[in-house]
Ligand binder design. Structure first.
Ligand code: DAH
Length: 370
């Protein structure tokens, strides 16, 4: 590696020689620099104030020059300093421009490539079923209503004709909000156990006639297993008008079940009890797997447990007591209501064997509905 010689001979020829050597040294060193840290080494080697070669140039050449040559040596030293500085500057711009050139090369955007597609999500199977049910009723002129999941005792129970302490409340496995004891019973908060409170809220908002369909989430104190979940979904319906009869209820639900499960399903209505309807019924549909026969090629149908019927929803004629809570004239108006479980219907439709699948968020399950 080049070291600056101490000069004994200050003749122009000797100086020319020495200057040439120095120039070719700095040129070749700067050409070999290929990155930032190498460049810094180069810069310090030549230009460091304390012991860089340019400083030595002053000490070894200029200061050592005898009087008569001082002027000539001084000019040459200045010229050499300029060349060294230029070389080192040039080395720096060479490495930075090649670095940015390679970066540009690397980052170049090919606008003709197809874009990165963001996959669209898909409806959750429960939402899909809920929308489907709602769609069937929307087509019959029902409007959509919704209500809060945290309800008062009044809306969840009292106005639906569950009097305080009535045993019918026990069927609802209620989750109570804590710390409500100081309030009057009807103001105490619960997680709604059904979507029926929205019947009351809808009737409070408008006079009859009225037709609403109510999708929503409900909560019960249930231990999770393959058929139970503390959170599930219901779709509620309510129609109130003059001259609404049980025939209207039957016709409406029969149509809805055919729309949801296929035109060949039959419906049957079984006596039941709900405090807010009188009379009340459970609706069964003929099993769409075995066609209501209970057997498939001689074997028991697993879907309807060989009965040929599947129980699907509750319904009834609105109890006049309920109209009393919302100031509807029960002499003039009548109505029907129904409520169905979305999980159960979805499980039946798609052959899902465990309600927990809906809530576990396992992408392998959900992807099947995409
Ligand atoms: N709310 C009832 C439940 O969750 C279901 C129900 C039954 C709703 C009959 C209705 C009805 O509107 O008429 O058990």
């Amino acid at each position: 590696m080049y070291t600056l010689p101490q000069l004994a001979d200050f003749s122009p020829a000797a100086l020319d020689n020495a200057a040439l050597e120095l120039k070719s040294a700095v040129e070749s060193e700067s050409r070999q620099v290929s990155n930032d840290s190498e460049w810094k080494v180069l810069r310090d080697r030549w230009m460091a104030r304390k012991s860089g070669i340019l400083t030595q140039l002053n000490d070894f050449w200029l200061k050592a020059a005898p009087g008569p040559s001082k002027r000539d040596v001084g000019q040459r030293v200045n010229e050499l300093k300029r060349i060294v500085e230029q070389e080192i500057e040039a080395a720096l711009s060479r490495i930075t421009s090649s670095a940015s050139a390679s970066r540009i090369d690397h980052e170049r955007v090919d606008v003709t490539l197809p874009g990165t597609r963001r996959k669209l999500g898909a409806e959750h199977p429960l939402i899909r079923t809920m929308n489907e049910i709602v769609g069937v009723f929307k087509a019959m002129g029902y409007s959509i209503a919704e209500g809060p999941e945290v309800e008062t005792d009044y809306y969840n129970f009292e106005s639906l004709n569950f009097p305080p302490n009535h045993p019918a409340r026990d069927t609802q496995d209620t989750l109570f909000i804590a710390g409500q004891q100081s309030k009057p019973l009807r103001e105490r908060l619960v997680l709604r156990t059904h979507t029926s409170p929205v019947q009351i809220r809808a009737m409070e908002k408008q006079p009859p006639p009225l037709r609403v369909i109510v999708p929503g989430k409900v909560h019960r104190a249930e231990t999770a297993d393959a058929t139970h979940s503390p959170i599930f979904h219901q779709v509620e319906g309510l129609a109130v008008d003059t001259n609404i009869t049980f025939c209207d209820l039957k016709g409406t639900l029969d149509h809805a079940m055919k729309a949801l499960f296929g035109a060949s399903v039959k419906t049957r209505f079984y006596p039941s009890f709900f405090p807010f309807t009188e009379p009340s019924a459970d609706v069964q549909i003929s099993c769409f797997k075995c066609g209501g026969r209970g057997r498939i090629e001689g074997a028991r149908c697993s879907l309807c447990k060989a009965s040929g019927w599947i129980e699907l929803l509750g319904c009834g004629m609105v109890d006049p007591n309920v109209f009393g809570f919302v100031n509807y004239d029960s002499k003039k108006y009548s109505g029907f209501a129904f409520g169905m479980g979305v999980e159960r219907i979805t499980m039946l439709k798609y052959g899902i064997d465990d309600i927990q699948h809906f809530f576990e968020g396992d992408i392998r399950f959900l992807q099947q509905f995409a």
